[in-house]
Design a binder for this molecule. Sequence first.
Ligand code: IMP
Length: 425
Amino acid sequence: MPATIIMGGQWGDEGKGKLTDALAANAAMVVRANGGSNAGHTVQTRHGTFKLRLVPSGILNPRVRCVIGAGVVIELATLVGELRALQERGIDTSGMLISDRAHLVLPFHKRLDELEELRREQDEIGTTLNGNGPAYADKASRHGLRVCDLLHPGVLRRKLAIEVDAKNHHLSKVFGAEPIRFEALYSDLLELAEFVRPMVVPTEVVVQDAIEAGERVIVECAQGAMLDIDYGTYPFVTSSSPTAAGACQGAGVAPSQVEAVIGVYKAYSTRVGGGPMPAELLDDTGELIRQRGREWGVNTGRPRRTGWFDAVAARQTSRLSGVTEIAMTLVDVLDVFESIGLCTGYRVGDEVVNHVPALLDDLDGATPELHFVPGWTKDTTEIRAFSALPTQLIQYLSEIETRLGAPVRYVGVGPDREQLIDRRA
Ligand code: IMP
């Protein structure tokens, strides 16, 4: 039984955590593929609400093995804190595995993330300030430290000393900032390393063995494909690839082993941080969506920007990742609207384009071509079967299916596990 990828098709926060948790009930393994503690995956069960940043969203299913893949960047203190908090709430974390190839996010990465954002002033990316960008930059420029280095104190000391030295030079000369203290950092890392040591393995081997044994493997992406470093709204992107291709790479799964790609989309758009968002609503409608959808960041508490469903962006992410099934979440948020907008093109100067232009100036100045469909103005939160959804909602979904070229399989009508409708159930 090959792998299923769960990826966000917009700018993140689409509800991937909730879907992963639900589908993990029938899986043997959940592998997180990319990103780091910039992610905030919320899972709500009868035991309460869990906010996960690095631990895969399958962790609340006792028999599932949860894997942090090589494509993830790990801030160790956050991961250990998250695992301890789960254990304190009685969650079994004995199935956790961590890739020995995953890169580390170190305190100087966080410091550089903050300082670089300050230097950009009004052009700031609006990062989550978790050090992800600088950590991925070090990975690409071959300065990174990896989980395997952690487990060998001599190796760690040697490599860390070189990096701390270089980063302190940069911090003081470029930013006039305080240096990082090597000994304190080294001993903190050694202590944290002991906590994770039993979980560290070559996860690509474990994942391949599971697939070979016919086990069901779910690959969970963080962020959303519109934040992809190659096809997102660069430079207002994250530093990894939250796409199906990125999922394969980060989890250690071959493209030919992927059976399904579930694109998770909200019934409208949200975005946190800077960057273009042509379908953004800066009026009362946008505010009503924010209030009804409780659109504030899980980790940062920042209000999310809101807008109508951007079918141009969504079509791009669906096509580039080969989405085979759509999960449409937060549909109930639109229950009160008489008519609902869909952005079907961007007007750039005199032209209407139906792809996402590379040049930021084009996107910044783009106005949305909106197509309105009738709303359903009915409470959907108690509905549990696809066939019982209001006709106008089914029409809205079918319009999106046509534009994205994939069928809607799951529909989310609220935050609880039971509020996820499977069309095939
Ligand atoms: P970074 O990933 O912290 O470097 O932030 C880069 C951009 O991605 C910023 O606009 C962030 O707001 C956005 N971003 C990063 N992680 C998430 C996420 O999990 N959900 C939504 N946006 C995110």
